[in-house]
Design a protein around this ligand. Structure first.
Ligand SMILES: Cc1cc2nc3c(=O)[nH]c(=O)nc-3n(C[C@H](O)[C@H](O)[C@H](O)COP(=O)(O)OP(=O)(O)OC[C@H]3O[C@@H](n4cnc5c(N)ncnc54)[C@H](O)[C@@H]3O)c2cc1C
Length: 453
C-alpha cells in the first residue's frame, strides 16, 4: 500500500500539511491540503519525502525514537544499554536540548541558560547512538517506515515521544489566526524554548500593572509549574520593585499540588504581588482589548502568559493511533507495556502517553528506563515485569538563594476501579535552602545521566 510507487499526492499533501505543524510551532494544527497548496507542493519537496534519509547503514535492528525530550533521550541511552545490538536513532526537530525543569529558576536568574542547555550530539556520542535533526511528518506501520523532512527511515521498533501540543479551542479561541497571535504574543512556555525566551524578556522589561497568568484544567504538563512560575515572577518583580499584580487565574477549584506550601508562599512572601483566583475557567481572550474572559468576569491585562489546556502531540492523532475515548487524544496503548494496541513494534512514552501519570521529566525518565527494557526484552523474547514510574518534582518559591519544596510519588494499578492511583507519596511543603540545593543537584544528575558519561 504505502511503498514509494503508491505514495499518492493526497498523502504527500497530508505530510506537507504536517510539516507546517511541526515547523511553525506545536500549537494550532493547520494540517490541510489547502495549507500545503498555499506553500506550493513542488516536485523537489515531493522528491525529498520519497528518498531514503542519508544515514549510516544500520548495524542491527533499527529503533527509531521520535522526540529528544526527557523521554526520548532516556529511551535512546537505555535501549542501547539493554540491547547493544540495537541500532538506535534519535530524531528531534531542534538542534539542541533546553530543559523545562528548572526553567522557572532561570526566569528568576538563579541559574544560567548553560545549565539547562545540552547537545544532542554529546548525548549520542557518549551513549553510542545516532542523532538526526529532522521533523517527523508521519509513519507507516505496514511498511515500518518513518517519514521525515529529510527522507524516510525503515524501523524495526518505533518509539513516539513527541510530547504535547496546546489546545487553544478549550479556552474558547477557535480561530487559527487568533490562536497563532495568542501563541506568539502571550506564549504559555510549556512547549518550546523560544516561548521561554519571550517570557523572560517580558518579566525583565515589565513596567508595572496587571500581569495575567493561568493554570489550565485537565491533565496538563507539570502540575506544580504554573504556581511555581507565579512565585518566581513575583520574586523578580519584588526585587525590581515593580508595581505589578500577578493575577493567577486557576481553571481548577483550588491549588492542585503542594497546596499548603504554595498558599503560604502567596500569603507570606508575595501578598502584594499575587492575587490567586480559583475556579476561573477561561472562556475567551480578546487580543485587541487585552482582556481575559471567564464565566463571571473580564480581566483586562497589561501583559500575560496564557497556558492553554493541552493534548498529546498531534502526531499521535494524525497517525490514527489516538484513543477515541481520551479527551486529550492520547495514544491507544497497552497501559503496562506501552505499545500501540495490536502493534508491538510501535511504543508511545512521555507526555504523549495514555496513562494518567504526572506529566513530568522525572516520570518520563524512570518510565523510559522501564520501556527500554520492555523493547529490548521483546526483541530477545523475554518478558519484563511491570514497574511503576517515579515522579519527583521540585518547586522553587523564593530566590537569592533559591528555596524549594518537593514531592516524590509512585503509582499502583487499582484492580477495582481499573485506574492508576498514587502510591507511597512523600511531600515536603516547607520550602528551604536544602530544597533549593536539592533541585539543582537533581537536575545536574539527570543531565549527567542523559548527556554525559
Ligand atoms: C516550566 C516547566 C517546568 C517543569 N518542571 C518540571 C520539574 O521540576 N520536574 C519534572 O519532572 N518535570 C518538569 N516539567 C515537565 C517536563 O518538562 C515534561 O514532562 C517533559 O519534558 C516531558 O518529556 P517528553 O519527552 O515527553 O516531552 P518533551 O520534553 O516535550 O520532548 C518532546 C520532544 O519531541 C520533539 N518533537 C515533537 N514533535 C516532533 C516531530 N514531529 N519531529 C521531530 N521532533 C519532534 C520536540 O522538539 C521535543 O524535543 C516542567 C515543564 C515545564 C514547561
Amino acid at each position: 500500500m504505502s511503498n514509494e510507487k503508491n505514495f499518492s499526492r493526497r498523502r504527500f499533501l497530508q505530510f506537507t500539511g504536517l510539516t507546517l505543524v511541526g515547523a511553525a510551532h506545536a500549537a494550532p494544527a493547520v494540517a490541510t491540503e489547502q495549507a500545503a497548496s498555499s506553500v506550493g507542493a513542488t516536485p523537489p519537496a515531493f522528491a525529498r519525502l520519497l528518498r531514503t534519509a542519508s544515514l549510516p547503514q544500520p548495524k542491527g535492528a533499527r529503533v527509531v525514537i521520535v522526540g529528544g525530550g526527557w523521554s526520548g533521550l532516556t529511551l535512546a541511552k537505555y535501549l542501547k544499554r539493554h540491547n547493544p545490538a540495537f541500532d538506535v536513532l534519535l530524531i528531534d526537530r531542534h538542534p539542541s536540548f533546553v530543559s523545562f525543569p528548572l526553567s522557572n529558576s532561570w526566569l528568576a536568574d538563579q541559574i544560567n541558560l548553560d545549565f539547562l542547555s545540552h547537545s544532542f550530539f554529546d548525548a549520542a556520542d557518549n551513549h553510542d547512538y545516532h542523532f538526526l535533526q529532522a521533523t517527523v511528518l508521519g509513519f507507516d506501520r505496514e511498511s515500518r517506515k518513518v517519514y521525515t523532512d529529510v527522507g524516510h527511515i525503515a524501523y524495526e521498533y518505533l518509539v513516539l515521544a513527541p510530547g504535547i501540543d496546546y489546545d487553544y479551542a478549550r479556552i474558547g479561541v477557535e480561530d487559527a489566526e487568533q490562536q497563532e497571535l495568542l501563541f506568539q504574543h502571550y506564549p504559555g512556555g510549556f512547549v518550546s524554548a523560544s516561548e521561554l525566551l519571550t517570557i523572560k524578556h517580558k518579566i525583565q522589561t515589565f513596567k508595572g500593572g496587571t500581569f495575567v497568568l493561568n493554570v489550565p484544567n485537565g491533565d496538563y504538563r507539570c502540575t506544580a509549574a504554573p504556581y511555581e512560575r507565579a512565585c518566581m515572577m513575583a520574586a523578580v518583580f519584588k526585587k525590581r520593585r515593580v508595581h505589578a499584580k500577578i493575577l493567577l487565574l486557576d481553571m481548577n477549584t483550588g491549588i492542585k499540588i503542594k497546596k499548603d506550601g504554595f498558599h503560604r508562599a502567596f500569603d507570606e512572601l508575595y501578598k502584594d504581588y499575587i492575587e490567586y483566583l480559583p475556579s476561573s475557567e477561561i472562556s475567551g481572550i480578546d487580543l485587541d482589548a487585552k482582556a481575559v474572559t471567564t464565566e463571571f468576569d473580564e480581566y483586562p491585562f497589561d501583559d500575560a502568559i496564557i497556558y492553554p489546556p493541552i493534548r498529546a502531540s498531534r502526531l499521535i492523532d494524525e497517525a490514527g493511533i489516538a484513543n477515541p475515548k481520551s479527551p486529550q487524544r492520547a495514544a491507544n496503548t497497552d497501559p503496562f507495556r506501552y505499545h500501540v494496541v495490536g502493534d508491538e513494534h510501535v511504543y508511545v512514552t512521555g507526555d504523549s502517553r495514555g496513562q494518567p501519570f504526572s506529566k513530568g521529566g522525572h516520570t518520563a525518565h524512570s518510565e523510559g528506563k522501564y520501556v527500554a527494557e520492555v523493547i529490548a526484552g521483546h526483541a530477545l523474547g523475554k518478558d519484563i515485569a511491570w514497574r511503576s514510574p517515579q515522579t519527583m518534582c521540585f518547586s522553587s518559591v523564593e530566590i537569592d538563594p533559591l528555596q524549594a519544596m518537593s514531592i516524590i510519588t509512585y503509582y499502583k494499578f487499582n484492580e477495582q476501579t481499573n485506574v492508576f492511583d498514587f502510591d507511597r507519596t512523600h511531600m515536603i511543603e516547607d520550602w528551604d535552602l536544602q530544597g533549593g540545593q536539592a533541585s539543582l543537584a537533581w537536575a545536574e544528575g539527570m543531565f549527567r545521566d542523559l548527556f554525559y558519561r
